[in-house]
Design a protein around this ligand. Structure first.
Ligand code: ATP
Ligand code: SF4
Ligand code: MG
Length: 366
């Protein structure tokens, strides 16, 4: 166990974290023929009590990064420090003890809950796994309090997961995560399986619980509106790396990285006048495979502002352009000030409401 020095307010500190999955071939020898660079050099810090939102296209590495934070995935490089303790090489009992302080809430509450267990036994099981709940009476009282905190009646304890609606099941998933008293909750697409009408209720619940229990959140979502609703700060991920990080309002008002600009410009605006005048940023091509990421700036194959030579060869690092607003682009200032113009594009962009399936197919003419 390595103690590290850092700012007292920081709960999660990732330094150059990488998770590379080997690609195996061959029946007998099981050779490694390459790697999926799912997470490749992520450094970020999450302050105690804040909500950090992580957004990006499907397959860019969000879930893998979330799992690396909880050490459910062992990083192949870099450091994962939780509350001053380096988890990177930790295993066995010390890791299990740390895990109690970090819990996960999943996208599909049903698939993460055993259908044959009553809510009571599901919640007890979670507590017992961490050596809690031996005093049955006290544990019972805690469960009732938790259920009430997530807005469910205590009669729910005797019911089974299929007897609840999607929103209620997510409330059970949240209660289960909170039953062990964590400091950090990683919520991976916590509302994407829910009806839009229920999404806001669950997000509001997460916010209420955060202040009640002093929680820190890492919220992963492909829906920019969800992240805007809940996050204090947002990290935009592209092909295993963070390309922009900023206070939430700042990012939505003035995205500075070409990729974030394109994402936000693809989200429809409710005001028809603004919608008509809005300029869409069109991208060419598909998301490259994380098994063969482009050289230099990973976004160069789709970037409308790409400059020859440097963009193709030198990977940009995150640089602070405004307080707390970091961007990984060699030409961020020139683009922001309009000194560099995007290349012409010839086709119309698709206008996806969310970029989970982002398909911006226009091709630049130059
Ligand atoms: N256990 C694994 N073994 C090999 N490859 C993996 C494994 N887990 C994830 N990957 C690959 O790593 C990349 C990142 O996956 P990840 O699930 O982290 O993306 P994501 O951003 O969460 O996507 P989505 O929005 O679809 O959930 C993908 O190419 C995925 O196929
Ligand atoms: S570094 Fe170059 S390719 Fe990458 S985002 Fe900036 S302008 Fe585009
Ligand atoms: Mg995912």
């Amino acid at each position: 166990m390595t103690e590290t020095t850092e700012k007292p307010g920081v709960l999660v500190d990732l330094a150059d974290v990488a998770v590379h999955f080997p690609i195996k071939r061959g029946v007998v020898l099981d050779r490694t023929v390459g790697y999926v660079y799912a997470v490749d050099g992520v450094s970020l810090q999450i302050e105690r009590g804040e909500t950090y939102g992580l957004v990006g296209e499907s397959g860019c590495g969000k879930s893998t990064l979330g799992r690396a934070v909880l050490r459910l995935e062992r990083p192949t490089g870099g450091k994962v420090v939780f509350d001053g303790v380096d988890l990177s090489g930790m295993k066995g009992e010390p890791l299990r003890r740390m895990r109690r302080r970090m819990q996960m809430v999943f996208q599909d509450p049903l698939s993460s809950l055993d259908p044959r267990q009553s809510v009571q036994s599901l919640l007890f099981e979670g507590m017992r796994a961490h050596g809690l709940g031996s005093d049955r009476k006290a544990a019972d009282k805690r469960l009732r309090e938790l259920l009430s905190a997530v807005g469910l009646p205590s009669t729910s304890l005797r019911k089974y997961p299929h007897e609840f609606s999607g929103g209620q099941r997510q409330r059970i998933g949240i209660a289960r995560a909170l039953s062990v008293g964590p400091d950090l909750v990683v919520a991976d697409e916590p509302v994407s399986a829910l009806d839009v009408s229920v999404q806001a209720q669950v997000l509001n619940l997460l916010e209420d619980l955060q202040s009640e229990f002093g929680l820190t959140y890492l919220v992963i979502a492909h829906d920019l509106a969800v992240v805007r609703h809940i996050a204090d700060r947002v990290g935009v991920m592209y092909l295993g790396g963070i390309v922009e990080e900023s206070p939430s309002d700042d990012l939505y008002e003035e995205p500075l990285h070409p990729y974030s600009k394109a994402l936000l410009s693809a989200v429809p605006v409710p005001d028809p006048v603004v919608e008509d005048e809005r300029e869409q940023i069109l991208l060419s091509g598909d998301l490259p495979s994380p098994a063969a990421p482009p050289s230099g700036c990973r976004f160069h194959t789709r970037c409308p502002w790409r400059q020859p030579a440097r963009c193709d060869t030198e990977r940009p690092v995150l640089r602070e352009l405004k307080p707390g607003h970091r961007v990984a682009c060699h030409y961020a200032e020139e683009i922001r000030d309009g000194r560099l113009k995007p290349h012409e594009v010839t086709a119309e962009a698709v206008n996806p409401a969310d970029f989970g399936d982002l398909d911006i197919t226009a091709t630049p003419s130059s």
